[in-house]
Each structure stands twice: as C-alpha cells, then as structure tokens.
Design a protein around this ligand. Structure first.
Ligand SMILES: O=C(O)C(=O)C[C@]1(C(=O)O)C=C[C@@H](O)C=C1
Length: 270
C-alpha cells in the first residue's frame, strides 16, 4: 500500500506510518498540506498527518488542510513522543526542530539553554539533519535519529512524560469507511449569532453521542468567523449520527458539513 508522510526519514510521522504500510512503500513530503494534496489527488492510497499533541494541542496546518481538501480519515494512530537532543558537541547556539517538538520541550530548553535561538523547521528529522551539517545547530527528535556522527546530549526532554501525539491516516475520499467507533466532521456554519455554538452541540447531546473534541479554526474569510472540527464516539452510518448530521446541515445552510469518516484507534507502543 503506497503511503506518504512528513519527511525526511525518521520523523514521528514516518514511525506512525510504519504501522500501516511497508517501509519500501512510504514516500515523503515536506509539509502536511502537500501530503493531504497528494492523497486527495489519488497519488497515494494512504497519507499520515499529525493532528494533536497532549502538550501543545492542535497541529493547525493539519486542521486547515482537512477543511480545504476532500479526503477520508480511515484510522487514528496514537503514539508516545519521547524527544532527544542531538548535536556534534556542546557548543551550539541554535536548536532546530519542528515547532511542535520545540514547544513540547519548552520548559527544558528554557532551563538548560536559555540563550539558544529556537529555529522551527519542517520536521524533527530535518532539524537533526541540520545538526549533522552544522556544529552551531542542535536538533530535537526521536532517539533513533542520532547515529555515529552526533552526540545524544540528553534524552526524554519533553516537558511531560506522558507526551503523546495523535495522527490521522487518510485515504482518497471514495474510501470513506463505514466501520469504526469514532467519527470526525468539519462544520462551517458561515453564520454568527448568539447561541450558535450551543446549537451546533445540541444534535449530539440530544442523541447521547459523546463528543471527544471540539476545535475551532478561523475560516480565513473574516475575523470572528470559524470552522469547527468535531470528533465523537459513534459511527458515521449509525442512525443517530445521520440524524445529528441532518440537523447540522440545516444549521449550516449557508455553509457546509464535511464528513471525514469513521475509524478505529491504533495505539503504537514504541
Ligand atoms: O517532525 C516530526 O517528526 C513530525 O512527525 C511532526 C510532529 C508534529 O507535527 O506534531 C509529530 C509528532 C511530534 O508531536 C512532533 C512533530
């Protein structure tokens, strides 16, 4: 099964993708949007993108791409995230990594390297690549990224031991699954009036559907205008879900409701 994810080799996204595809069938892109685009245009059977982290919250580029492209979510993959710090030696002045990884190690970095410049790059593996090329740069990423030419200066530097990231496995839209106990939707009401958010949530409460996440993102159209990402514990084709979606579609008559799909959860233990 051909799959695409965030590269270069050795990112956390790559490790999550290894749980659904053979390593020789995994290709890499430099951004989440490029991955979603490649799946939406049928170039790959699967794409894996990070969605949210237990310390730093949503990966906003991923949420925005799910609102912009028609793709299906067919699985969620939850994996523990334990970061290590790599450099050629102790004399670096810059720490390069993915913005999420830098944020997940904020307390450690402020305590140990208060003067270091933090540089957000496309991925953790990219940051470690920079460290390999430049003695002034350290990288943060999975402990296996090191190798002989880099020193592992510290391990387990994430601010919480329980650090974990949730990924979505995506497929072309026509594969929108009918199985799985969790469902994700994106709703754009294209409206703003008192009680709108309450009205958005009522269709679920009325049918005893447990919401597991509600996230708002700016629509990009105007200030104060939002797209809502909703996850809940019920299948897409259960009658209570279909009824709830009918209510949402009425509410969003000037906007839209996107069904991302139903899926099961896989916990990858490293
Ligand atoms: O840079 C990587 O290794 C990624 O796979 C991206 C990413 C993210 O965007 O959240 C994935 C997991 C970790 O939370 C840190 C970074």
């Amino acid at each position: 099964m051909a799959a695409v994810t965030l590269g270069p080799e050795g990112t956390y996204s790559h490790r999550a993708t290894s749980s659904i595809a053979d390593d020789d069938e995994i290709d890499f892109r430099q951004s989440v949007t490029a991955i979603v685009d490649a799946v939406a245009s049928d170039e790959y059977d699967r794409g894996v993108i990070p969605i949210e982290n237990s310390i730093e919250g949503s990966v906003t580029e991923s949420l925005d791409a799910l609102a912009d492209y028609d793709v299906a979510v067919v699985r969620e993959i939850v994996t523990p995230i334990r970061h290590a710090l790599f450099a050629q030696g102790p004399d670096f002045d810059t720490v390069a990594s993915h913005s999420q990884a830098l944020a997940q190690c904020r307390t450690y970095l402020e305590r140990e390297y208060p003067d270091a410049t933090l540089e957000a790059v496309a991925s953790t593996a990219k940051g470690v690549e920079f460290a390999r090329e430049d003695p002034a740069v350290a990288g943060i990423g999975h402990p296996a990224l090191g190798g002989d030419d880099l020193e592992m200066l510290a391990e387990d530097i994430q601010d919480q031991d329980s650090n974990a990231t949730r990924f979505f496995a995506l497929a072309p839209a026509e594969e929108r699954s009918k199985g799985g106990g969790k469902t994700s939707l994106v709703v754009y009401p294209n409206a703003n009036y008192p009680g709108l958010l309450l009205e958005l949530l009522e269709p679920f409460a009325d049918r005893d559907i447990n919401l597991t996440r509600v996230e708002s993102r700016p629509s990009g159209q105007r200030l104060g205008d939002y797209v809502f990402h909703v996850d809940f514990e019920a299948g897409l084709y259960e009658s209570r879900t279909m009824e709830a979606i009918e209510d949402l579609e009425e509410l969003a008559e000037n906007g839209w409701v996107r069904r991302l799909g139903s899926y099961d959860t896989e916990h990858v233990v490293e």
